[in-house]
Design a protein around this ligand. Structure first.
Ligand SMILES: CCS(=O)(=O)c1ccc(CC(=O)Nc2nc(-c3ccccc3)c(C(=O)c3ccccc3CC(C)C)s2)cc1
Length: 244
């Protein structure tokens, strides 16, 4: 793989991220002090468990749809067989949403961008999944601390998605070849940014992403036991297909 080819892959992944990132960082920065009032927070906290879960599932599905679009534009992803594309999205799309969400977190007041304003953890109380929320906020904090550039978010997101160790892949070798190119692109970018040390830290985050996603699946199973009809008839089909 020539240097020119690596730079082409970098440019293409960064462009895909920019085209599919739902909100630009500048937009989110401009909104960062738009926080929910006490009355608005109280209104969210007064929602029933199933209402709040449904509300979040809709928001999360919006974010996931953009990640699906991002994946399709990663060089080599569409050349994978249909089964492997689905397998990678089922296991990786939530991880990429979490990586991306780090860019819409305000570490100064520990708020996350949600429904047009910035919300503290207490807003999500009626979800009854405090451990999941705590982990999601902690992850957002720790990713923010790395102060990733949009190029680094783009390449790390692609790396998280193109993972040949996912179960049930049919053409593992092909996924590995695509991942190798993404790895080269990320280390090339970090070298150019003079931040090689970041690679190790990013790989450490992969384990946290994995555990957060299994926590999400675990809580969804718990929720589905309590409210089967809500999930069946009111959750977005894409959410059920990817996380169900
Ligand atoms: C992601 C691309 S972006 O342009 O940066 C962007 C685009 C759009 C938004 C707005 C948005 O959908 N924010 C959401 N925030 C959270 C959230 C909530 C608790 C803590 C941390 C973030 C959402 C969730 O539903 C969520 C996310 C992670 C784990 C768990 C959940 C809730 C469970 C019950 C599904 S949706 C924000 C940012």
């Amino acid at each position: 793989t020539s240097l020119l080819h690596i730079e082409e892959i970098c440019a293409s992944i960064v462009r895909s991220h920019r085209e599919t990132s739902q909100y630009r960082v500048e937009e989110l920065q401009a909104l960062r002090w738009k926080v929910f009032s006490r009355e608005e927070i109280h209104a969210y906290q007064s929602k029933s468990v199933d209402e709040m879960w449904q509300h979040c599932a809709l928001r999360l599905t919006d974010a996931v749809q953009y990640v699906v679009e991002f994946a399709k534009r990663i060089p080599g992803f569409r050349q994978l067989c249909q089964n492997d594309q689905i397998v990678l999205l089922k296991s990786g799309s939530m991880e990429v949403v979490l990586v991306r969400m780090s860019r819409m977190f305000n570490t100064e007041n520990s708020t996350v961008f949600f429904d047009g304003k910035f919300a503290g953890k207490e807003l999500f109380k009626s979800l009854v999944c405090n451990e999941l929320m705590t982990s999601a906020f902690d992850l957002a904090h720790s990713l923010c601390a790395l102060r990733l550039t949009e190029q680094q978010v783009a390449l790390f997101s692609a790396l998280v998605l193109i993972n040949e160790d996912r179960p049930c892949l049919e053409e593992r070798g092909r996924v590995e070849r695509v991942r190798k190119e993404v790895e080269l692109a990320l280390s090339h970018t970090l070298h150019r940014d003079n931040q090689e040390g970041l690679l190790h830290k990013l790989y450490q985050k992969v384990a946290v992403l994995k555990s957060l996603c299994s926590l999400h699946i675990e809580k969804l199973r718990w929720f589905r036991q309590l409210y089967p009809l809500t999930v069946q008839s009111l959750f977005p089909p894409l959410y059920k297909e990817l996380f169900g």
